[in-house]
Design a protein around this ligand. Structure first.
Ligand code: GTP
Ligand code: SPV
Ligand code: MN
Length: 591
């Protein structure tokens, strides 16, 4: 093949085959150089796929607007194409692999006619580290190439690290006509292959992210004895300079990026507390030589929710977006060629276009940015990026935190009794749906470990794998907690201030890990004594208010039992006996 950047036979053979299938006019081998990327950014501006923003105010930044029907992940059109249907389990959509390949190849046939095939080599995890896994994505989208350049370690060094190995993840993306009716995001775990057609939206097409680093990697983790999780990773530095690492799983648009980049309240900052961000969305976790659980963020950038991000809620995220960032589906300020989104500040631009590209007047009551509008920003831009971000060994995890959006049931924070109970707590997670996926927003659904849309195999086998991991970790296992920043009062307002003040809860969590604070044993686990959560300096928030969100309402939990029982019923014989026992214990505790 001309200009090929590798001689790896499995790579060349697969690409030849896909060229014959998609029939591109041109083939471009992406080498990761800035020169080549600049060329593509300029080309993207010529075709209208991108708009260059104000170079003084937002250097190296671009705006991209998606098709109107293509603004979020499409769970209903996402398939696990394992050989046996039962391996996908009751929470995934399944399609037989031969049927899926026929359908997809039919759609992909000739799909690159008149277009360029871009061949993207990328690594999830630092190249050469024990965590690293390599992938090649073929795409006909410049937006995908320049986004992958931010989100992954992309470039020809990946071919050098891969050598002649056949151990890499195949990814084929075809924009086609962005036809919703022919949109499919398919995963073939037995072939390490992902095929995505008729979408241009991040989560559906940046194949290193959810498709590879979660759906395919969860399969690899199960086979190889590690965990691929929808988790942020943060390091909490204390005044004595020690850093405790925490991994936390919250469903999409439930606060991972915000927690990962938290700025502690003044009373903590003064004393010397700091939070360092290792990752905001995905954690790969392996048992290290010391027997502890070590975590690595396989990504290289943030694909964050724009609305709600501002200098008060998350300054570190906002600062991360001030250079070399791609904004998708936000408002264009036509006066100074910058961007805006809801609650960025109190000055919506007067002369503006909304995410649909229409002239937009903020006084008409409509939203200017799409609720799932996003920024794609390099991790290195983040002022609080951890010095361990590129560490090949990852960071040792002391606590795992689960959480979701629950208006009532779940208290602000509680701790599981032990690992297996913690797996139970993760398995019964429920949360209100958000705009990160198409469909109704605000409906409570079970989202175990925040992995409902991302676990690439049978969820009950996944829980069994978690229980196995706990056995291997023994007394070195991280402690497991559950948090809920989203309890509401009778008027529907959030009670807990959240954001930076979540530090107060992290403080309790690390003191529990060290064993320096007591807790109150309740039916659901250990709940803080209200006096042990520091609420100094909070406005309009007293200990009674705190008690109201630490409360475990037995009636609500009794109703919860019904929901859990129904959910567990889906898994039949595969449900690990440990989880059934934990459910029985909870029932008895509530009596
Ligand atoms: P994905 O990228 O979709 O996986 O989302 P995420 O989990 O990283 O969520 P993110 O941090 O982007 O937050 C999503 C939304 O939740 C934003 O609108 C935030 O403003 C809001 N949010 C985050 N943290 C808090 C909090 O502590 N309290 C409240 N009330 N809202 C929060
Ligand atoms: C999520 O939805 O959890 C995201 C954004 O992080 S996406 O990449 O679309 O999955
Ligand atoms: Mn996510």
């Amino acid at each position: 093949m001309t200009n090929a950047l590798t001689t790896n036979p499995s790579v060349l053979a697969w690409i030849e085959e896909k060229i014959a299938l998609t029939q591109p006019d041109r083939v471009m081998w992406i080498d990761g150089s800035n020169e080549q990327l600049e060329e593509l950014r300029a080309e993207g501006c010529r075709t209208g796929e991108l708009r260059k923003l104000n170079e003084e105010k937002l250097p190296g930044c671009y705006l991209h607007l998606s098709a109107l029907n293509d603004v979020a992940r499409v769970e209903g059109r996402t398939f696990i194409c394992s050989e046996k249907e039962e391996d996908a389990g009751p929470t995934n959509h399944w399609m037989a692999p031969d049927k899926a390949y026929d359908l997809l190849y039919d759609i992909a046939k000739g799909a690159y006619k008149g277009r360029t095939m871009y061949i993207i080599p990328y690594s999830m995890g630092p190249v050469g580290s024990p965590f690293a896994k390599y992938g090649i994505e073929l795409t006909d989208s410049i937006y995908v190439v320049i986004s992958m350049a931010i989100m992954t370690r992309m470039g020809k060094e990946v071919y050098a690290a891969l050598g002649d190995s056949n151990d890499w993840i195949r990814g084929l993306h075809c924009k086609c006509d962005i036809d919703e009716e022919k949109r499919y995001i398919c995963h073939f775990p037995q072939d390490n292959t992902i095929i995505s057609v008729n979408s241009g939206y991040g989560g559906n097409v940046l194949l290193g992210k959810k498709c590879f680093a979660l759906r395919i990697a969860s399969n690899l983790g199960r086979q190889e004895g590690w965990l691929a999780e929808h988790m942020l990773i943060l390091g909490l530095e204390r005044p004595d300079g020690t850093i405790t690492y925490i991994a936390a799983a919250f469903p999409s648009a439930c606060g991972k990026t915000n927690l990962a980049m938290l700025i502690p309240p003044e009373l903590y900052r003064e004393k010397g507390y700091k939070v360092w961000c290792v990752g905001d969305d995905i954690a790969w976790m392996r048992i290290g030589a010391d027997g502890r659980l070590w975590a690595c963020n396989p990504e290289n950038g943030f694909f964050g929710v724009a609305p709600g991000t501002n200098m008060k809620s998350n300054p570190n995220a906002l600062i991360s977006t001030q250079k070399n960032t791609i904004f998708t589906n936000v408002v264009l300020n036509e006066d100074d060629n910058t961007v805006w989104w809801e609650s960025l500040d109190k000055n919506p631009p007067k002369n503006a276009r909304n995410w649909k590209g229409e002239k937009w007047d903020c006084t008409d009551g409509s939203k200017g940015a799409h609720p799932n509008s996003r920024f794609t920003a390099p991790a290195k831009n983040c002022p609080c990026i951890s010095s361990e971000f590129d560490s090949p060994a990852g960071v040792p995890i002391s606590a795992i935190v689960f959480g979701g959006r629950r208006a009532k049931t779940a208290p602000l924070v509680y701790q599981s009794r032990d690992w297996d109970h913690g797996v139970f707590v993760g398995s019964i997670m429920a949360s209100e749906t958000t705009a990160a996926a198409t469909g109704a927003v605000g409906v409570v659904r079970r989202d175990p470990m925040a992995m409902l849309p991302f676990c690439g195999y049978h969820m009950a086998d996944y829980w069994a794998h978690w229980i196995e991991m706990g056995k291997k970790l023994g007394d070195k296992a991280p402690k497991i907690f559950n948090v809920n920043w989203f309890r509401t009062d009778d008027e529907g307002h959030f009670v807990w201030p959240g954001f930076g003040d979540n530090m107060r809860v992290l403080d309790w969590i690390i003191r529990r890990c060290e064993g320096t604070v007591d807790a109150n044993e309740t039916a659901i686990g250990y709940v803080p004594n209200a006096e042990d959560i520091n609420i100094d300096g909070l406005e309009d928030f007293d200990i009674e208010t705190l008690k109201s969100i630490l409360e475990v309402d037995k009636d609500l939990w009794a109703a919860e039992i019904d929901g859990i029982t129904e959910f567990y019923g889906k898994f039949g014989d595969k449900l690990p006996a440990k989880l059934t026992e934990e459910l029985e214990t909870l029932k008895n505790n509530l009596k």
